[in-house]
Design a protein around this ligand. Structure first.
Ligand code: IVH
Length: 764
């Protein structure tokens, strides 16, 4: 590596000769140079200084700090050992995504999981075997071996792309560098963690050296693995348990348990507490055994993971968007602690929601210091649920109260209970504000909504900032170097303001004249600014689903955004469809109300409700409804897993007005990428919209849907002019009729299986 030597290492005076002022100036310079070096440290990027220089500068920084401890800066590079800035590692795309697990909390959830597995597979009462093993509380890592040699190690990242930590993984003793008898390509997945004893010793060393201790073993493991300097990782006692796999050139075994046994033979650590169970009662018994040993295991676990043992069944069960259907994590109950609630504050979110937050006297809960907790909404504070029933025995929450807080996994801490015997005298019930604390617009609560919302829209700075933060967040535009902190700074910047997403993409042109000025204001080096411009440029080409999600429309999460993108394919198609559906959407609320009335009347008169006729009459009663509006609306709400609430929210967000103008300004800066009909493009149903109706006999509806989607088809819930194919089983009713009316191709289950290349089973 070569670099700009003069910048990093000018002729440096020895540390011993520095006076106080010179030392302060030198520490400031080192903080800046090292921060820039961290940013530039990408394998493929252009590192500015060599590793040796980097280490030398870091040592120099430490020596100066040791001589002048009072001068240590809040942004001292020596403090950043545990938190290498993200972006400091090269990125690696996972060839098989690294998914997370859905959670079970109660015994009943585990029984439900087993029933869902059996019903998805149509197994009746036949038992299914599962493995049960501890859920290790560390961070997951994927190790790629080619021809028996470790070639790559990647963190989970967002599940699709992780960080390249190969050099660091090589320093972990539990991770073999070479394997004998392994498949040609083998990706082993598991958890990196730190034992309690090693964690205590590491923190003792950190404290002796005057460094900040880690909050818990998980943070210590994450901080140690994500070190820019592998020598530091080597000095940290990390361990690794293997429990899963990614890409394979050949199967490891036929069952989960045999595959894990094979990983053990290959030289990986696997967990001794893994058991094979014959159904939910045995799984729960094993959960209790593991829970009883939790305190003496010597490492943190936060639950038990159950996995279907038969890998052929795992394949049939497949995946939801981010979790497998064949596994679930049964979490241990949350830990609890009591503390004083000092103040209730209101935060305003991107959709205007007023969220009350409890500011707490700091307290340790499950190894983490907690000083804030969510209070959900005004009903929750008042001691009732949104449907008006009492919670906490009707006890309200007041400032000054003694409250019990809990954490479950990574979720935000919550308040579970109030100790009335400790309520300070004179404490008053909390009065929830009816105006926005930021922009002072009225804050109103729509009927049926638990949340009070600021009506200021984009004129409310809090909403605008939160929308921007959401826009740059991970699942959305994910712009490197532009996080929540920078968004706030830009929002308030008098010369280069960013008030709406489009402004991000005009920043560079607006700043062309004064790059250095911006750099100074943000406390950045010029390289950081250039990197930011590049990161922004890269995101002009944005996948459609990320663009939709980034707009921050209420009820449009990542899954719904991806569903929409898949359904419409490109931005123009989506926009045209939403605009076409709008007149019908306005009518829809009235029609729903009329249908509810007809249902009630019919029930009272003891007759069948005439829903279809009522609905058709009501649609026909509006002569102004443009042709095609109803079909466009039906198509929108028919998108599987979407529904009227999300559709209404989308139609409203896109209606002409200031918010739509802001969206149009944004899209004018972008090049939204149409949805690729990827791997499944050559399947005969790729890109087709399919509706299943009636009863299926060879597979469940859920399995049929999952299979169709994996072949690139869109599965809709209702038949419309956009439907390409209807698969009708016995008992198909109105949907089959509708398909005949519209002249849509209709086939039976066997026809479907033949079409997708799974020959129907012959007569027994
Ligand atoms: S299986 C397809 N097994 O939990 C899912 N995960 O909440 C593969 N984890 O990201 C994961 N112990 O980091 C599995 N025994 C175990 C685990 C485990 C810990 C973590 C893992 C995963 C997270 C999901």
């Amino acid at each position: 590596m070569t670099g700009d030597q003069s910048k990093a290492t000018p002729d440096l005076p020895a540390v011993e000769v520095l006076d106080q002022a010179a030392a302060a100036a030198e520490l400031a310079r080192l903080a800046q140079v090292l921060a820039e070096a961290n940013q530039a440290y990408h394998g493929e990027d252009a590192p500015e200084i060599s590793d040796a220089e980097y280490d030398a500068l870091k040592r120099r920084n430490q020596e100066i700090e040791a001589r002048f401890p009072a001068l240590k800066r809040p942004d001292s590079p020596s403090e950043q050992v545990g938190a290498a800035p993200s972006g400091a590692f090269g990125k690696l795309r996972h060839r098989v995504p690294m998914l997370s697990l859905s959670n079970a909390f109660a015994d009943e959830d585990v029984r439900d999981f087993d029933s869902q597995v059996r019903s998805f597979l149509n197994l009746g009462s036949a038992p299914v075997a599962y493995t049960a093993e501890p859920k290790i509380d560390g961070l997951s890592l994927s190790l790629r071996y080619e021809n028996g040699r470790l070639v790559q190690a990647a963190t989970r990242g967002d599940g699709e792309t992780g960080e390249n930590v190969t050099a660091n993984a090589r320093t972990i003793a539990d991770i073999p560098q070479e394997l004998t008898g392994a498949p040609e390509v083998l990706e082993v997945r598991g958890e990196v963690y730190m034992s309690h004893a090693d964690f205590a010793a590491l923190n003792a060393r950190a404290e002796a050296a005057g460094d900040k201790p880690f909050a818990n073993p998980r943070n210590a493991a994450a901080g140690s693995l994500r070190q820019l300097d592998p020598a530091i990782t080597r000095s940290r006692p990390l361990r690794f348990f293997a429990y899963a796999w990614g890409e394979l050139s050949e199967p490891l075994a036929d069952t989960q348990s045999a595959a894990i046994a094979r990983l053990k033979v290959l030289g990986f650590q696997t967990n001794e507490l893994t058991a094979l169970c014959d159904g939910p009662e045995e799984m729960l018994a094993h959960y209790r055994r593991i829970e009883a040993q939790r305190a003496t295991l010597g490492y943190d676990i936060d639950g038990v993971v159950y996995k279907v043992d038969d890998l052929a069944l795992q394949r049939r069960l497949g995946f939801r968007s981010t979790t497998p259907r064949w596994a679930i994590a049964h979490k241990f109950p949350a830990e609890l602690a009591w503390t004083r609630l000092e103040k209730i504050e209101i935060q305003v979110g991107r959709t205007g929601a007023l969220s009350p937050v409890a500011r707490l006297a700091p307290v340790t809960v499950g190894g983490v210091v907690v000083s804030n907790a969510t209070l959900h909404n005004e009903d929750y504070i008042a001691g009732r649920s949104s449907s008006g029933e009492q919670i906490r025995g009707g006890k309200d929450i007041r400032e000054g109260d003694w409250v019990q807080v809990y954490r479950a996994g990574d979720v935000i801490p919550k308040v579970a209970d109030v100790d009335l015997s400790k309520r300070p005298e004179g404490a008053q019930p909390y009065v929830f504000p009816t105006e926005c604390p930021i922009c002072h617009s009225p804050a109103i609560r729509e009927p049926g909504d638990a949340i009070r919302r600021c009506t200021g829209g984009l004129i409310c700075p809090a909403q605008a900032i939160e929308k921007l933060k959401h826009f740059v967040s991970r699942g959305a535009f994910d712009i490197e170097g532009l996080g929540a902190r920078q968004i706030e700074a830009f929002y308030n910047d008098p010369d280069l303001p960013v008030k709406e997403p489009a402004d991000i993409f005009t920043l560079q042109a607006r700043d062309a004249a004064n790059l250095t000025k911006l750099a100074k204001r943000m406390g950045w080096g010029e390289t950081s600014v250039k990197n930011l411009w590049q990161a922004i440029e890269e995101k002009r080409k944005i996948p459609l689903s990320r663009l939709i999600f980034g707009l921050g429309v209420r009820h449009l999460g990542e899954v719904a955004s991806a569903d929409l993108a898949r359904h419409f394919g490109d931005w123009q198609g989506l926009l045209a469809a939403v605009d076409a559906a709008r007149p019908a959407a306005r009518r829809y609320a009235r029609i729903e109300a009329a249908l509810a009335e007809e249902r009630q009347k019919a029930a009272a008169e003891g007759r069948r409700a005439r829903l279809k006729e009522t609905e058709d009459q009501l649609w026909a009663a509006d002569p102004q409804l443009p042709p095609g509006a109803r079909a466009a609306w039906d198509d929108l709400i028919g998108i599987d897993g979407f529904g009227a609430v999300a559709a209404l929210s989308l139609v409203t967000a896109f209606q002409p007005g200031p918010e739509r103008d802001a969206i149009d300004r944004l899209v004018a800066e972008l090049d939204p990428q149409p949805v690729e009909r990827c791997a499944a493009a050559d399947s005969p149903v790729a890109g087709k919209t399919v509706v299943f109706t009636g009863s299926l006999e060879k597979m469940t509806r859920a399995e049929a849907k999952a299979r169709a989607e994996s072949l690139g088809a869109k599965v809709a819930g209702s038949v419309s002019a956009r439907t390409d194919l209807v698969v009708a089983g016995p008992g198909a009713g109105s949907k089959a009729k509708q398909a005949r009316t519209l002249g849509i191709e209709m086939i039976d289950e066997d026809g479907w299986l033949a079409l997708i290349g799974q020959a129907p089973a012959g007569p027994a």
